[in-house]
Design a protein around this ligand. Structure first.
Ligand SMILES: [Zn+2]
Length: 469
């Protein structure tokens, strides 16, 4: 009886999904769908007047009867190359053996590269852990550059932004609004392991490009770096933030002015970029979802308490006070360096203080290394960071939007902190609406399966989709 019920659920829900994703070998279902199946099952049992089973037994039976339908794991990476190759393999049923073999080899090569890169990352992490253990280093602290003759490894990445105020019992109306946005940038020292999470209030968001990445990295090295001579860095392949000429110039500048002896900058393969910062962000977001958070200070204590590996660093407060200077590194370094042609094709970059200005590049770990001289004729390198750009603050429209629409959801103690009465004159209502609708699309993942379908599929003129929390 139950198998028939399962079959009917599958045919009504899974089969269309399967048809849509027919190129995948594995049918994946998000967690809320699983619950949905149970509810559907329960309704059908009620209708048919049979005894129903509990949710746990339902899940166990599901595993027995339909083991090929599994819940998508949250850490599942989506690699476009893997998907394309899998389609080719799946559609090779009527091809010759030679063609089938070619397609398999294509995917095998890709997975080999991924495996090599992953093992290199793991190797660097293991060696960093050994170094910390041997030296008895237990925490991040400010250290003089090159004060320890060691090799250390750090990873850095952005996380999806969060919104304040946040409440585990989210009141209905806030669902359609755009509360105060807070960006997250993490630098992880896997050797300890500890991660510093930069909390970037929207009033302090100068750029999300390389200037911000370099400024946060520079601040991390100055205030939390272990004082290592040789450093290995890992990050994802995002060209706007990490894989660009400015980050390379910054690394070249660091070794040239003696802040490091050697730097290796390594990029994980696109679609296979899950690494330590994502784990720390996951713990942080779990804690964030459990607490009512109404200000940056409260968010900071939630992050600090989320895991022993996590610590928070405020980039600035709601009133405009800055703690982490963000400078214009692009124009600061552009007179002294030239761009590396074909930067996207390379995965590994190396810099040495013995050869300042030069970058050693490799396409993959096993490729031959080539050199490029990025230095221009101007050899008078600056020895300090650029001057900090003042925090831009928020537009009048945004300030009034927060005051009018968001303030009511903030706890009484934090109302004047998060959404204070603006000191600027009120702007027209039409302009306000435009600004708030512009802010909607940024950094939202449509709830990653937590939205229970609400807010999805709405037209662009309608209310915003659910915020990822
Ligand atoms: Zn792949």
């Amino acid at each position: 009886m139950h198998y028939n019920l399962y079959q009917s659920i599958v045919s009504s829900l899974v089969y269309p999904l399967y048809m849509r994703l027919y190129h995948c070998f594995l049918i994946t279902i998000d967690f809320p769908c699983n619950l949905l199946y149970y509810k559907l099952y329960f309704i059908r049992v009620c209708i048919s007047e049979h005894r129903s089973m509990s949710e746990t037994v339902f899940r166990q039976t599901w595993k027995q009867l339909l083991p090929f339908i599994v819940t998508a794991r949250p850490m599942t990476d989506l690699c476009w190359t893997c998907q394309k190759n899998n389609v080719l393999i799946y559609r090779s049923a009527n091809l010759t053996d030679a063609n089938k073999s070619d397609r398999l080899i294509l995917q095998e090569r890709h997975l080999d590269t991924v495996k090599q890169e992953r093992s290199e990352y793991n190797k660097m992490v293991c060696s960093a852990k050994d170094v910390c253990r041997q030296l008895g280093i237990g925490d991040l602290s400010a250290n003089t550059p090159c004060s320890r003759q060691i090799e250390m490894h750090y990873s850095f990445d952005y996380a999806q932004q969060v919104h304040l105020p946040s409440d585990p019992l989210q009141p209905g109306p806030i669902y359609f609004l755009v509360p105060r946005k807070v960006g997250l940038f993490g630098v992880c020292c896997e050797g300890l392991p500890k991660q510093v999470n930069f909390l970037i209030d929207e009033a302090h968001l100068i750029s999300k490009g390389s200037n911000a990445v370099i400024s946060f990295l520079h601040y991390f090295f100055e205030n939390f770096g272990l004082g290592e001579t040789n450093v290995n860095l890992h990050c994802d392949n995002c060209p706007g933030q990490n894989k660009n000429r400015f980050v390379l110039w910054y690394c070249a500048w660091r070794v040239a002015v003696g802040l490091h002896k050697t730097i290796s900058l390594n990029f994980l393969i696109t679609g296979h970029t899950k690494f330590a910062p994502d784990g720390c962000f996951g713990l942080l977001k779990q804690a964030f979802r459990r607490h009512a958070v109404s200000s940056l200070e409260e968010f900071q204590s939630v992050v600090n308490g989320s895991a022993c590996s996590n610590s928070a660093q405020l980039v600035g407060t709601e009133d405009g006070t800055s703690f982490v200077p963000v400078g214009d590194w692009q124009s600061h370094l552009s007179p002294y360096y030239r761009p590396l042609p074909g930067i996207k094709g390379y995965q590994h970059f190396r810099f040495e203080s013995a050869q300042p200005g030069k970058v050693f590049v490799r396409e993959t770990l096993v490729s031959a290394e080539t050199t490029f001289d990025m230095a221009t004729n101007d050899r008078t390198l600056p020895t300090t960071a650029p001057a900090a750009v003042p925090a831009p603050g928020m537009s009048a429209q945004r300030q009034w939007y927060l005051y009018d629409s968001i303030r009511q959801f903030v706890s009484n103690e934090q109302k004047d902190v998060l959404c204070p009465l603006p000191s600027v004159p009120r702007v027209a209502r039409a302009a306000e609406a435009t600004t708030s609708s512009q802010g909607k699309g940024k950094g939202k993942g449509k709830g990653k399966g937590k939205g229970k379908g609400k807010g999805k599929g709405k037209s662009s003129g309608g209310p915003p989709a659910k915020r990822a929390r």
